[in-house]
Design a protein around this ligand. Structure first.
Ligand SMILES: *[C@@H]1O[C@H](CO)[C@@H](O)[C@H](O)[C@H]1NC(C)=O
Ligand SMILES: *[C@@H]1O[C@H](CO)[C@@H](O)[C@H](O)[C@H]1NC(C)=O
Ligand SMILES: *[C@@H]1O[C@H](CO)[C@@H](O)[C@H](O)[C@H]1NC(C)=O
Length: 361
């Protein structure tokens, strides 16, 4: 997307109402995923997480709102976490858990990797919770089918923690790449379960180009320039893994699309958007060197990421220009990055057709 077009795009967003009537029929939003979208099922850290928007830590892995929070552009409120007490879920719920893998405990246990898992909240476990909650939201299975036929479901991102569990468990990237078909198949199975419950409009995000993130750049620091993309400075092998996952995921989604022609299953391209942040940071108001961590500490790498002083730990500081950074804590992004990503899903081009333009089937 060239520069003139981008400005036009911002201009249109400023001067047209953000709620075109055609897209305003969603009754609820349901989300499944991991730390990229958990809005409070797991609350681990403290401030400065949450400082920009909420003023306190809510469980969100960012300084402020997440991509899913900006889905309020479709007229729905911030999603309550599914484990919240005394909460009404009639406009939706969020089943995402920080550190959730797609695959179940047994997959990792069989490979001697289960010590690296922090939660039992795989995609099928999240859907189990959804299924348990549904009667309180919409009644009988048939009533719930009618209800879900007007809802939007976001399924993912899933996969990042599956690969992390292998990589941080000491497996080579080649061996971890063998997880890919298992991960994408379990995501596709989850989507089929949701369709069986009545979902007709699903958004399925890709995994991130993690080779561009300070955690990986720091821990896999290499003196060999060939390991890095010449334009991006990102680590090629991690992005190749993400790219391979995303290609396989799209293949699975295409197959589901053929099997369920009445269901809309749209891919949300985190990868391409973040890759563009890295190659064209100034276009988005990020500074050059957007790969640096905002909330972190020096000492371990040039990316301001230090495992001994992570974002809410002693020794770490918050940068003065948060919104000029893509990376918040070395692993997760800033609210500014999330807002831009959400715009790309709601108005295009990173969900196609964009969420705001299309009627639900
Ligand atoms: C809901 O209540 C239970 C039991 O009191 C508590 O353990 C849990 O943390 C609460 N959930 C949230 C999201 O606060
Ligand atoms: C997840 O479940 C397995 C067995 O099903 C159990 O051994 C393990 O301790 C659980 N992990 C967590 C983090 O609860
Ligand atoms: C951080 O520093 C404070 C004050 O020196 C101390 O009380 C606290 O235990 C430290 N926290 C960690 C996680 O090291």
């Amino acid at each position: 997307m060239g520069k003139p077009f981008f400005f036009l795009f911002l201009f249109l967003l400023c001067f047209f109402p953000s709620h075109p009537a055609s897209a305003q029929h969603y009754n609820a939003l349901f989300n499944f995923g991991d730390s990229l979208s958990d809005t409070g099922n797991v609350v681990l850290a403290g401030l400065p997480y949450g400082m920009t928007y909420f003023g306190h830590h809510t469980g969100r892995c960012s300084d402020g709102r997440l991509v899913i929070d900006f889905m309020e552009g479709i007229g729905l409120p911030h999603l309550p976490p599914s484990t919240a007490n005394n909460t009404n879920f009639h406009r939706g719920a969020n089943f995402a858990f920080i550190a959730a893998p797609a695959l179940p405990f047994d997959f990792f246990h069989q490979r001697g990797l289960s010590h690296g898992l922090h939660v039992n909240a795989s995609i099928h476990e999240q859907i189990d919770q959804f299924q348990k909650l549904l009667p309180s939201i919409c009644g009988s299975p048939q009533d719930c089918k009618d209800f879900l036929s007007k809802s939007l479901l976001v399924v993912g991102e899933f996969g990042g923690n599956d690969y992390n569990t292998g990589l941080f468990g000491g497996w080579s990237i080649t061996k971890v790449t063998s997880f890919v078909p298992h991960v994408t198949r379990v995501v596709a199975d989850g989507i089929e379960r949701l369709i069986g419950l009545g979902a007709v409009d699903l958004i399925v995000p890709s995994v991130l180009p993690v080779g561009c993130f300070p955690l990986y750049l720091t821990l896999s620091d290499s003196s060999d320039p060939a390991e890095y993309g010449p334009r991006t400075g990102c680590l090629r092998k991690f992005n190749a893994l993400a790219w391979y996952h995303n290609a396989d995921l799209r293949r699975q989604l295409d197959q589901l699309g053929k099997k369920y022609p009445a269901v809309s299953i749209r891919y949300a391209d985190f990868y391409a958007q973040i890759f563009d942040f890295v190659t064209n940071p100034l276009k988005y108001g990020f500074k050059a060197g957007a790969l640096r961590t905002c909330c972190g500490a020096p000492g371990m790498s040039k990316y301001n990421f230090n495992l001994e002083a992570k974002c809410d730990q002693n020794g770490s500081t918050v940068c003065s220009d948060i919104s000029a950074h893509v990376s918040w804590d070395g692993i997760h992004m800033t609210e500014t990055a999330h807002r831009i990503i959400a715009r790309g899903w709601l108005s295009g081009p990173y969900v196609n057709p964009p969420i705001l333009s299309s009627p639900a089937s």
